[in-house]
Design a protein around this ligand. Sequence first.
Ligand code: ADP
Ligand code: ASP
Ligand code: MG
Length: 416
Amino acid sequence: MALIVHKYGGTSMGSTERIKNVAKRVAKWHDAGHQIVVVPSAMSGETNRIIGLAKEIMAQPDPRELDMIASTGEQVSVGLLAMALQAIGKQAVSYAGWQVAIKTDSAYTKARIASIDDAKVKADLDAGKIVIITGFQGVDDLGNITTLGRGGSDTSAVAVAAALKAQECLIYTDVDGVYTTDPRVVSDARRLNTVTFEEMLEMASLGSKVLQIRSVEFAGNYRMPTRVLSSLTDPLMPLEEEAKSGTLISFEEDTHMEQATITGIAFNRDEAKITVLGVPDRPGIAYQILGPVADANIEVDMIIQNQSVEGKTDFTFTVPRGEYQKAMDVLEGSVKAHIGAASIAGDSKVSKVSVVGVGMRSHVGIASQMFRTLSEEGINIQMISTSEIKISVLIDEKYMELAVRALHKAFGLENA
Ligand code: ADP
Ligand code: ASP
Ligand code: MG
């Protein structure tokens, strides 16, 4: 007998039929003698619909009120799933995040989990119940409802698994594992049997939306075995087969079976680039530009400072596209005049494409192969950033899919 956490995403919970299938699958695991905690997302489209309602009322809704409503989709899901389990004769109980409680900080719409009280859940499990906990939501010290950022149910699930010291966290989704790149963009992308934690962290942070980045951080920090697998298979398929399916995030590099140099290609469509031109090249200038941007809670990603010519330089950086206007306002507002910059230019139609792989550490020539491939497709590289296990380039968004396909092929990642 083991304690196992299941997470089901929006598509997996997308209709009452699908919820009944989830119930059958969960019941199968429970019947096999396991203690099961389920963390579902809202039904697909529901969180978008709710946020859309808020935006019909005002363009920039108060984040506290936004979390108050955005968290409700998951509340419907847990109740429906508990009913679906009860309907097939299982004892099941649902909880909202605040009832558990899943305590977070007060950073509405992007809260971080601080602690999870396992007492109530453990008691229910010991009484033979299946426990269902809302994904995505938590509660701060003052009792306000918070949410963990889009895609946050992954993080709820892995955090709950870590708090309960579960044997494994199974992330059921609408694809049957982690692929060499998004299978919706490259049809012959290949499923990976294992991916190292480091690679998954890079892929998630570089835009692969299959797992929210914080869920991967939790998996790493608590060394929680986490597997991504399909919820769209026959719910009554043999458990032993299901338990080995999908992609396991591994922590041991030497157990990494697929010794390719490059493991995958990640991309992020939603980037924006800002250049501050004609900046006096003196100490403290990067801080004077980026300090106010950080104070406005805007995350900066890639950064380049050009060689200075006659005491002047250009300073370029990228921000998430959703924060582009806010960043431009900050710079135009006070920074430009304060530092004496000539002008500010921006481009909100850029994308980032990255190649990722621990094998890069022991291979030379990956960057040149990447740049050659892009040059053969006539794609101009605007910015480059690297780490030990990834190379990212910023390009015009209209070439993003072309670049992903060309690189996927050039690095031999397609299905044999
Ligand atoms: P869920 O609702 O279950 O959380 P998501 O839509 O958040 O599902 O994540 C699953 C989706 O992630 C897939 O449908 C796929 O299009 C996308 N995706 C992006 N990159 C990858 C990748 N490398 N491997 C698998 N899926 C990926
Ligand atoms: N329902 C939330 C969202 O759509 C959380 C999740 O699905 O993981 O972002
Ligand atoms: Mg998701």
